[in-house]
Design a protein around this ligand. Structure first.
Ligand SMILES: [Zn+2]
Length: 127
């Protein structure tokens, strides 16, 4: 399976996340939850963790933890690569008509070609 760029992986997961399987979804949730727990910086008791497990936000399944151990970026690239392999026919790409960059999502505006904040005002109102 070819490794794809993070940008392409994000595009695929944003637009075609419905093709993620349950294990992939659980691994993404597990990573997000552990990151939030780290950010919160408080000690999470066994009971706290149990609540998160019951909500399906933390996993104890070895197959899920193995994926989660790849880290978010690598996991997203792996999921994106699998989605594009398994759903080649369904995937559509949306490129910016001006610069040709892959847009962040289908029908989204290009971040590169969006005028900088204040640009239009400067153009209209500056002397
Ligand atoms: Zn563009």
């Amino acid at each position: 399976m070819n490794i794809i760029s993070l940008r392409l992986a994000e595009y695929l997961i944003t637009n075609y996340g419905m093709y993620m399987n349950d294990i992939e979804k659980e691994a993404i949730d597990h990573i997000r939850t552990t990151r939030l727990m780290d950010l919160a910086g408080k000690h999470f008791s066994y009971d706290d963790r149990n609540v998160l497990r019951q909500k399906g936000l933390l996993s104890t399944k070895p197959v899920v933890l193995e994926l989660a151990n790849l880290g978010q970026d690598n996991l997203m690239r792996r999921i994106g690569a699998r989605i594009i392999n398994d759903h080649t026919e369904e995937i559509r790409f949306d490129f910016c008509p001006d610069c040709g960059r892959l847009l962040p999502a289908l029908g989204a505006k290009c971040e590169t070609c969006i005028p900088q904040e204040g640009f239009v005002e400067d153009l209209l109102f500056s002397n």
